[in-house]
Structure formats: structure tokens, C-alpha cells
Design a protein around this ligand. Structure first.
Ligand SMILES: O=C[C@H](O)COP(=O)(O)O
Length: 262
């Protein structure tokens, strides 16, 4: 087992349908016996970010936005900036989720600009990458993940952070979420071997493109139909440092996933 801290993120997406229901979900976590070694982050719709963060009573639970724009301010109707999130006390943002890439047509370059802006504003980023079923069947998984990561690596290089210790700190503020698109919300979870293999490929790419320190220290988590029943085996893999959980983060079983290594 690695020394990287286990990380379990819940991605509520466009749920729940009311603030009172959101507070009920928080209350379950407030009352639960959570593994103190797990970092817990919940991704919350923008409108609920502040009230939900105020409802959390455990220091261990942090709040994440589900998106942010790469401009700090200006005429960008409907957007929310990384510095606004930072100012509101929100520490994390999820970027590059496949639903953003597919439904909202975000390219890897846009995701990279958003990642750079978020890091520059002092946020931590849960950066999602992953292949479609066609890409997996075509043997392109590693290539697709590399391309999605390469856009971010390029942006970080261009942000003039070229001194190794600073670069390492910068990357420590990124959690990479490998989420095969075909496993999201489908009930088709990647096998432990498939997930572990891709996580190793992600580290190999980072070792080549950034540094071996970053490759071994960055947390790479898995997302896609994670539930209480499969989280134990997945979480026991050497290179799986936790999960990004969609549907099950809205259910009581989220507590069991947080405690997968307990
Ligand atoms: O961000 C989370 C992923 O989209 C996984 O969603 P899921 O657990 O419902 O498959």
C-alpha cells in the first residue's frame, strides 16, 4: 500500500433537487463514523456550495465545485470563476468530467486552461480523464488519457512554474480521476486489473512528461459505478488512491466507500 492519502470524492452532479435534501445528505456524513485517514470531498451544485459547506460539521469533509471558468471576471454570463470559489472558502473544483467534455463540448485545451486558472487561484483540482468504449475497444485507452493529461501538463509548464520543488507542490494540488466513460452511471465497473493498469499508465506518462516524484506522489483515483460492494477490491490496488463516486454518493452506502480501507 502506498503512503498517498486515500481520497473519496462524491460527485453529486445535478442533484439533489432541493437544499433540504442536500442538507440531509450532509447530515448522514456528519453522523457517520468515517475512516479518519480518508480525505472526503463532496462535489456540490454551485447554488448549494455555501449552505452545504456551512452544514458540514466534520473538518475531514471538504467541499468541491463541479466546474469553474478560466477567466477571473468579466462578461461571461452564467459562469463562476476559480477566484470566486476561493473567496467563498471552497477548496476544490472538479474539472474535465466526461459530462462536461461531451454534453458541454469542453475540449482538453479548455479543461487545461480551467485547471491552470484554478491552481493559480489556489484551488485544488479533481481532474477527470478517461476513454469511451470505442476507444477502449480500439486499444486507445492509454493514448487518450495521455492526450487529456498532456494539455494540462503543457498549461502548467507555460505558467512558469519550472522549479522542481514548486512544480511538485503544484501537482500535489491535483487529484487525477480516471473515469472510463463506459463505466459512468452504467453499472459496468472497470475490473480491478483494468483500473490498476490505466493508473500505472498515467503514472508512467507523468514520470516521462513531468517528473518521477510527481508520478509517484500524485493521487490517481478511479470513478465509474463505484459502490459499497466493489470499493474494497478496487481500493486495495497499489495505484488506486481512492474514488470519485457519482450515484452512490447520494446514498447511505457512500459511508462504506469512504471506509473502504478501514
Ligand atoms: O464523477 C463521477 C462519475 O461520473 C461516476 O459516476 P457513477 O458513480 O454514477 O458511475
Amino acid at each position: 500500500m502506498s503512503t498517498r492519502q486515500f481520497f473519496v470524492g462524491g460527485n453529486w452532479k445535478l442533484n439533489p433537487t432541493s437544499l433540504s435534501k442536500a442538507k440531509e445528505l450532509v447530515e448522514v456524513l456528519n453522523k457517520a463514523d468515517l475512516d479518519p485517514n480518508t480525505e472526503v470531498v463532496i462535489g456540490v451544485p454551485s447554488l448549494y456550495l455555501i449552505p452545504v459547506s456551512e452544514a458540514v460539521t466534520k473538518k475531514q469533509i471538504l467541499i468541491s465545485a463541479e466546474n469553474s471558468y478560466y477567466k477571473e471576471s468579466g462578461a461571461y454570463t452564467g459562469e463562476i470563476s476559480a477566484s470566486q470559489l476561493k473567496d467563498a472558502g471552497i477548496p476544490y473544483v472538479i474539472l474535465g468530467h466526461s459530462e462536461r467534455r461531451t454534453i458541454f463540448h469542453e475540449t482538453s485545451e479548455v479543461v487545461a486552461l480551467k485547471t491552470r486558472a484554478a491552481l493559480d487561484a489556489g484551488l485544488k483540482v479533481i481532474l477527470c480523464i478517461g476513454e469511451t468504449l470505442t476507444q477502449r475497444e480500439g486499444g486507445e485507452t492509454a493514448k487518450v488519457c495521455e492526450e487529456q493529461l498532456a494539455a494540462v501538463v503543457k498549461q502548467i509548464k507555460e505558467s512558469h512554474i519550472f522549479v522542481e520543488p514548486i512544480l511538485t507542490i503544484h501537482y500535489s494540488n491535483i487529484v487525477i480521476a480516471y473515469e472510463p466513460v463506459w463505466a459512468i452511471g452504467t453499472g459496468k465497473v472497470a475490473t480491478t486489473a483494468q483500473a490498476q493498469e490505466t493508473h500505472v499508465d498515467v503514472r508512467a506518462y507523468l514520470a516521462k512528461a513531468v517528473s518521477t516524484t510527481v508520478a509517484s506522489e500524485v493521487r490517481v483515483i478511479y470513478g465509474g459505478s463505484v459502490n459499497a460492494a466493489n470499493s474494497g477490491d478496487l481500493g486495495a490496488q497499489q495505484d488506486i488512491d481512492g474514488f470519485l463516486v457519482g450515484g452512490a454518493s447520494l446514498k447511505p452506502e457512500f459511508v462504506d466507500i469512504i471506509n473502504a480501507r478501514k
